[in-house]
Write a protein that binds this ligand. Structure first.
Ligand code: MG
Length: 333
């Protein structure tokens, strides 16, 4: 029989995280799973109530009834990868393809110029910026950032724009800078026709809106070029199948979740990059810096856009995980 334990934790954002999420303390749970073969793996469970997720407690209660919510299913999937590596005393970077990440800016109004300079010097080539609050201020900042630092830009609206704002924003940008827009993610709620019009103005990526797409009825002409895959939130095999069938590029990202989940996302990205190469673009897994540092995040060692070292086996943090208080989940039959 499988056994489960949890440890609840919280993380405090340093600024607002997107146009739809504020800066309030976020709650998640670390999950420990033991398989009948005695292998043990760890992962994270990190709901986003703003996106319609139930809170942590709900997922734990369902587990008690031997039911896995989709979010918990992904936790178990990642814990399994962790367990396999741990049992071989390997860690997520052992023999893995290196994964380059984008530089994430959740609130550019709070970003000192020096951070952009540092990011450029450290080797980041892609910058992702959360937009959808004040389009004019945003596009002016983007224009300046492209001119000064030559980053490729990913914009993420978290569905907070509308077509006319989107159109005005794109047309504001000088023609010669447009190729620097790698893609625009979730500009507004999914609607095939509106997305198709938008895709004529700039390349689009789909993230959370992908769940509203009827993939079976989707015409051959697809309005987006990139599928964002979050291993903590989506069935990876199914997402990859969609991407390969439809010739979409893939961007693997963490879910602004616990550092152990961030390492898990990088591991998945690495496995996919090994297999699909150019179809897998720069990832978005450097999200631990959005929160106040803690004993986990301070152990992650990045060299510019690359995770260069993790201490321990599996997704890392052997000592830290051992020192936590774990509560066993009593499964009701
Ligand atoms: Mg997104």
């Amino acid at each position: 029989m499988m056994k489960f334990w949890f440890h609840k934790y919280s993380m405090t954002p340093l600024t607002t995280l997107s146009a739809v999420t504020g800066a309030q303390v976020r709650e998640g749970a670390l999950i420990k799973v033991q398989w009948p073969n005695k292998k043990i793996g760890f992962s994270d469970l990190f709901p986003w109530p703003e996106l319609g997720d139930k809170k942590v407690i709900y997922h734990l209660q369902e587990l008690q009834k031997s039911r896995l919510t989709p979010l918990m299913e992904q936790s178990v999937y990642l814990a399994k990868k962790d367990a396999e590596l741990r049992s071989k005393k390997q860690n997520a970077l052992s023999g893995a393809t290196r994964i380059k990440n984008h530089f994430l800016v959740t609130d550019f109004t709070k970003l000192p110029e020096s951070k952009l300079y540092e990011a450029k010097s450290a080797g980041f080539s892609t910058l992702k910026v959360k937009v959808g609050r004040d389009w004019k201020e945003e596009i002016q900042w983007i224009e300046k950032t492209i001119l000064d630092y030559e980053f490729s830009i990913r914009m993420d609206f978290n569905s907070q724009s509308d077509f006319s704002t989107f159109e005005r924003m794109i047309s504001y940008l000088p023609r010669n800078l447009k190729p620097k827009i790698e893609f625009i993610e979730d500009p507004f709620p999914w609607d095939y026709d509106v997305w198709l019009d938008a895709s004529k103005l700039a390349p689009l990526a789909i993230d959370n809106e992908a769940e509203f797409v009827d993939w079976k009825k989707l015409p051959d002409k697809i309005p987006f070029k990139v599928l964002v895959i979050k291993p903590a939130r989506q069935d990876v095999d199914q997402a990859v199948k969609k991407a390969t069938e439809r010739h979409l590029k893939m961007v693997i990202t963490s879910s602004m979740d616990h550092p152990i989940a961030l390492v898990g996302a990088i591991r998945v990205a690495s496995e996919l990059k090994t297999k699909y190469r150019i179809q897998v673009l720069d990832s978005g897994c450097i999200t631990h810096k959005l929160y106040k540092p803690d004993e986990f995040s301070s152990k992650l060692i990045f060299t510019g856009p690359y995770l260069s070292q993790i201490i321990g086996t599996g997704m890392g943090f052997d000592k830290e995980l051992e020192n936590l208080d774990w509560t066993a989940i009593e499964m009701k039959k």
